[in-house]
Each structure stands twice: as C-alpha cells, then as structure tokens.
Design a protein around this ligand. Structure first.
Ligand code: ADP
Length: 580
C-alpha cells in the first residue's frame, strides 16, 4: 500500500521505534501474548470439523468427554495471552509517549525566543497533549490489530486451504477488490487526519486567547464576536471529524458487501455436482472460517488509517523536534560581571519586519550607574533590553559586557548576570517563598525572609494563612498588582545579579503600594548597574543618564536637568506627562 511505504511515513515510524528501543523486552513479550491469543483461537476453531464429524455424530465418545475441559483450558490460556499482550503493549506505549512528551516539552522550552513569538501557545500545548496521545492510541492499536488479527487471519487461511483448497480459492477472488478499497480509503484518511490535528490546535488556541483576555472581552462587549469566531472554528473541526466518520462508515459496509458476494458464490458452487463429495463437517468449517475472517479483516482495514493518523501526529511532533534549539556558541565563562555595558552601533530588526527596530544604537553604562530609556511606546526600549539577555541577537554592531561581546559568553552565564523586574510579573503556582527563590533555588530561609522584608513582601505575607509558605495559586491570582510587583522585586533582590533591568509599571498603584515599591526598588538598585525602561518620568530624575529613543534611534541623551534645559524631545515628553 502506497502510504505505508512512502519514505517519510516509514522514516517517521523508524524514528518512533527508536524511542521504543529501551522497552524492547516488553514489546517481545507483548507480541508473544498476541500471537498466543491468535494461535489459541485458530486451534479452537480447528476442532470444529471433528466436533461435527466425530463428536456430534456419536462416532467418538471420548471427544465429547474431553470437550468441556478443553473449552475451559482454551479460554484460560486465551485470557492470559490477552492480558499479557495488552498489558505489555500498553506498558511500552505509555513509556514511549511519556519519553516523547518529556523530550518535546524540554525541546520547546529550549527553543529561541523568536520561535515562541511565532508559534501560538495553544498549538504547542495541543502538540504536547493531543498529538502525543494520538501517537499512543493509534500506534498501539494498529500494532495490536496487525499482529493479533493478522496472525489469526493467517492461521485461518492455512487451515481453510488444508481442509478444502477449492472452496478457499474462491475466497481469494475478493482479496484484490478489498485491497483497492483499502488503498483509496486510507489515502483519504491521511489527508483528513492532518487537517483534524490543525483544527484541534485552532480550537485550543482560540479558546485560550479568549479566556486569557476574558476581562478585555467583557469590557468591550466582545462576547458575541468571540462566540461567533469560536463557532466557525468549532464548525470547521466538526466538519473534519464528520468527513472522517463518513469515510470510515462507508468503508466498512462496502468491504462486507463485497465479502458477502464471495459467500454467496460458495453456496452456489457447493450445489454443483463436482463438489458433492465434500464432508458436511468440512463444509461447515470452511464457511465458518470464512465468516470468522470478516471481523479481523474489517479490523485490519482500519490499521492503515489508524497508523496514518499516528504518523500524522508523529510528523507534527518530529517537526518541532527537528527545529534547532537556541544555540549557545559562546565558550567564555562569566562568574560575576564587573557591571559595565556598551552598545556599539547596534542595529536590529525583528524577523519579517520591514523597518529596523534599533538603528545605530550606541551608549555605555558604567558599573553601578543607572541608565533610563524613555520614549513613546514602540520606540524600541524593551527590544534594547532583550538584546542584552540575547533573546535576540544584534544584526549589526555589538553589545559588550565588561568589554567583551556578549555572544562570546556562555549563554547561561550571561543570563545569570541579570535580574529582571517587569510590569508583567510572572508567578508560578507555588508558595510565596519558592516564587521569591525562583532565581536562586538553594536560598536559605533567612535569605528569603531578608529579601521579603526588604521588598515589603513580609508585611502582607504575615496576613496569609501560612505566611511565606502560602501557595499563591495559578499565576499568583490571589495577589494584588502591587503585591505581585513586590514579589518580583524580592525575587530580583535574592538573586543578587550585577545587572538589573527594570521595566517600570505603566499603571499607577495606590500610594501605599507605590511608596513600598519605590522603597524596595531603591534597595534593589543599590550597587547594581541598572537599565530602567521608564514609562513615568518622575521615577528617573536621579538616573545617571537618560536616553530618549524615537523609532529605534537615540534623539537625546544626558541627565534630567540638562535634558529639560535643552527643551527638546525629553522636555516635550515631560510636559506631556506633567501637563505643564
Ligand atoms: P517599547 O518597549 O519602546 O514600547 P518595543 O521594543 O517593545 O518598544 O518595540 C519596538 C518595535 O518592535 C515596535 O514597533 C514593535 O511593534 C516591534 N516588536 C516588538 N516585539 C516584537 C516581536 N516579538 N516581533 C516583531 N516585532 C516586535
């Protein structure tokens, strides 16, 4: 069959098998179980002819005496084989999928930032959950059917021919017809299952987008629009599924009808004179075997479609695994930086963007100094800070730390030099203490408490049921905006990095929170080189240097007072904010 032998499917299957290698023994035992199951069935059926010709006619009394014991023994062994086959196969399958899922998770985590910019979270999650599950379900099912039913069919065929080759030969008239149908149907399946996976990803990502932005949807009355959009995606998904069901539903009866022709033909043939000497037992046996063949044959026709479904999921998973991880080309270790930053004629644009995001950006920050980046939103402030962490690499020019191009440092070492406090505080579903210690997992209780105190986290933590060891729920849902920021500051304090990147909050907080945060930030900025992405100019009056960015270019730089006196871009921004 074409789809099975096409190289990419075959290569994918071989690759999937390589995941099963460590579980080889389990697989061998599973196959033994499945073969045993089929063998017992064939053996049991082979006793049909003697039952009619010897047992029921009363010719052989021993036969009937042993029959009950024989039945029970057969089914005992059959049950045992069933258990061994299914259990061992599931053991192998679940292990393979767990390994695959783990590998995929780690790979996605290690992908560079531009990849995550491009891919929707919903699609990635769907690959991790739906696609891996699909591989497990379909592949184990196809293997089980192929081995167990395949062996059963083979056994029955051998027996049929042994009993009466003339009758059995007729059976072969239908084989080519069945093969043609199977090929056509399976080709269609392959196409549809690919679409279905895409559609499932769409459902997840559409739902996720809406639920994440739930408040925005409510505020702007977008429920109807979202419901409509989701409805369309949902409909598409349903249509794809129905197409799949329709193909399946048509294929099964079609094959059975074709098989019935063969059966009808046999009944016609035995009435011919040349066939009159056939024993009743032989005739009943062959016809029974033939009927018995229908079910396994039907199951076998679904093997290819299942297998293709699994391979489509595999393709989607392997496509991710084949993407290059974030490259770490640097080999210079960096234990603790001296705290000096230089941008030398840095140019940068995002993948696929038409305009350059940063143009010929040059500045220096000395150890312990604070640099403030100001400018309208979209002017490139965050981008500049992303380059420091090498989320993206400069296209031209270079970024230096302690006089060395940051691309020469080991990536993990480089990132370890930075603490990052942004307006979007990311908190994990864990205790307050563990969230604070996220950047330094081995921190002692005293160190955590000290950081919590300096960042004014301790005050509100004391009112929580288990203090610092209270679980704060998914993404810290139980904390207020100001509290979340204080946790982020405590986290940065504890990791005690030589550099601090501070993406200041745009939204004003209540005065009490604001005062605490400003206090905490002051502590945090001490003895550190800071880059502040400032949205409110009131907080950066003491900065050593202020850079005003406009469309990725520096239009002004200097201290607060000097810049105000210049009455240029900075003074303009300032008067905008303070309404002067
Ligand atoms: P700021 O921090 O000053 O608000 P940004 O550095 O976030 O500005 O953005 C600068 C420009 O780069 C904007 O035009 C923005 O649309 C674009 N941009 C930001 N992030 C990305 C991204 N991940 N992919 C493509 N373009 C981006």
């Amino acid at each position: 069959m074409q789809p099975i032998s096409s190289p990419s499917t075959w290569q994918n299957f071989k690759r999937l098998l390589s995941f099963a290698k460590p579980y080889k023994l389990g697989f061998v035992v599973a196959v033994i179980g499945m073969l045993g199951y089929a063998a017992i069935d064939v053996y049991f059926l082979s006793k049909l002819e003697p039952l009619i010709d010897e047992g029921l006619t009363g010719e052989n009394l021993d036969f009937m005496k042993w029959a009950p014991l024989f039945i029970i023994a057969c089914f005992l062994i059959r049950g045992l084989c069933h258990f061994i086959g299914n259990y061992c196969l599931a053991w192998v399958g679940n292990n393979v999928v767990a390994d695959l899922r783990q590998k995929l998770f780690e790979h996605i985590m290690a992908m560079p930032v531009p990849y995550h910019d491009k891919e929707s979270t919903g699609t990635l999650i769907s690959k991790l959950t739906f696609d891996t599950e699909q591989v497990l379900q379909t592949t184990s099912k196809s293997i089980l059917t192929l081995v167990q039913q395949g062996a059963f069919v083979l056994g029955l065929l051998v027996m049929m021919f042994y009993k009466s080759w003339q009758l059995s030969a007729i059976f072969f008239l239908i084989v080519p017809l069945v093969a043609v149908i199977v090929t056509t149907v399976s080709r269609r399946f392959r196409k549809i299952s690919k679409n279905i996976q895409g559609a499932m990803g769409e459902v997840t990502s559409a739902a996720e987008q809406t639920f994440n932005g739930h408040k925005v949807v409510l505020t702007f009355g977008g429920q109807e629009r979202e419901a409509k959009r989701f409805g369309q995606i949902n409909k598409h998904n349903r249509q794809q599924r129905m197409k799949m069901v329709a193909t399946k539903a048509v294929s099964v009866p079609l094959i059975q009808v074709i098989a019935s022709f063969a059966l009808a033909f046999i009944f016609y043939v035995v009435t011919l004179e040349s066939m009159q000497d056939i024993q009743p037992g032989t005739f009943v046996a062959v016809v029974t075997y033939m009927t018995m063949l229908l079910r396994p044959l039907k199951l076998l026709t679904t093997v290819n479609s299942d297998f293709q479904k699994g391979m489509a999921a595999c393709t989607s998973i392997f496509a991710v695994l084949d993407q290059d991880k974030e490259k770490d080309t640097g080999d210079k270790p960096l234990v603790r930086s001296g705290g000096k930053i230089d941008f030398n004629h840095v140019n940068f644009s995002y993948q696929g963007a038409e305009k350059a995001t940063l143009k010929d950006l040059s500045f220096s920050v000395k150890p312990g100094e604070t640099l403030a980046l100001v400018g309208r939103s979209g002017s490139g402030k965050s981008t500049a800070s992303s380059l420091l962490l090498r989320f993206y690499d400069a296209i031209g020019g270079e970024v230096l730390i302690d006089g060395e191009n940051i691309q020469h440092y080991k990536l993990a070492d480089l990132r370890h030099q930075f603490a990052y406090v942004s307006q979007q505080v990311v908190l994990f579903n864990d205790t307050l203490a563990n969230n604070i210690a996220y950047g330094r997992p081995g921190a002692s209780e005293e160190e955590i408490i000290a950081a919590a105190k300096s960042a004014h986290v301790y005050e509100f933590a004391q009112n929580m049921p288990q203090g610092l060891h209270t679980n704060i729920g998914e993404n810290g849902a139980e904390l207020s905006g100001g509290q979340r920021q204080r946790v982020a500051i405590a986290r940065a304090l504890l990791c005690d990095a030589p550099f601090l990147i501070l993406d200041e909050a745009t939204s004003a907080l209540d005065t009490e929170s604001e005062r605490h945060i400003q206090d905490a930030l002051q502590v945090l900025q001490q003895n550190r080189t800071c880059i502040v992405i400032a949205h409110r100019l009131s907080t950066i009056e003491n900065a050593d240097n202020i850079i005003v960015l406009e469309q990725g270019e520096i239009v002004e730089q200097g201290e607060h007072k000097t810049l105000l006196a210049q009455k240029g871009a900075y003074a303009q921004l300032h008067s905008l904010q303070f309404g002067q």
